[in-house]
Write a new protein. Structure first.
Ligand SMILES: CC(C)(COP(=O)(O)OP(=O)(O)OC[C@H]1O[C@@H](n2cnc3c(N)ncnc32)[C@H](O)[C@@H]1OP(=O)(O)O)[C@@H](O)C(=O)NCCC(=O)NCCS
Length: 152
């Protein structure tokens, strides 16, 4: 919960939420609710959820990465989002690799999935670098996403 303010500030940036399809700017109260009702609930219910990402030297919160079980699709998804001044440094790739290692070595998952809007070139490039392959397109709440799959 100590990351509510930094998460709120990150999501205020329209470039950060441009392709995230989750409503853009939200209030501090809504961010508090999302962390409590989504991320903390995931840890309580499934034993894992998204990870906060911090700079090693400053412990500053710079974004999130990691896994999320999607009950509607019965699969585990890799997601990531970082404050704009930390883009382009390989952080999504580095933290994505760590999340995949955790998925296979600790959780013993058979596959991990990921979703991106087709126009989100940076996210799709990260998936390619991590070894995801295009699976199919899906429509979720009226929005078309590319679905990718990763094999260990
Ligand atoms: C997508 C995101 C997580 C990438 O994080 P990052 O730490 O910058 O990623 P990396 O540095 O590991 O890799 C980015 C790659 O994308 C490439 N890239 C950047 N913008 C691009 C674009 N518009 N089209 C294609 N490739 C692009 C970079 O050149 C780099 O590839 P390279 O190493 O081959 O040069 C970051 O931009 C972000 O937080 N975006 C906002 C939230 C978001 O869209 N999340 C994903 C939702 S599916």
């Amino acid at each position: 919960m100590k990351d509510v303010e930094a998460s709120y500030q990150m999501n205020l940036d329209p470039k950060v939420s441009r392709y995230t399809a989750d409503g853009g700017v939200i209030s501090r109260e809504e961010m508090h609710k999302r962390i409590k009702d989504v991320i903390e609930r995931d840890y309580a219910q499934y034993g894992f959820g998204r990870f906060a990402v911090e700079c090693k030297n400053t412990h500053q919160f710079i974004g999130f990465t990691g896994l999320k079980f999607l009950p509607d699709y019965d699969l585990v998804d890799l997601g990531y989002r970082f404050a704009q001044n930390f883009w382009g440094k390989g952080i999504a790739t580095e933290t994505g690799k760590a999340s995949l290692d955790f998925a296979y070595q600790t959780l013993k998952l058979k596959n991990v999935y990921a979703f991106a809007l087709p126009e989100n070139g940076a996210s799709i490039r990260v998936m390619e670098k991590l070894g995801f392959i295009f699976d199919k397109t899906i429509i979720d709440e009226g929005i078309l996403f590319n679905q990718y799959i990763h094999h260990p």
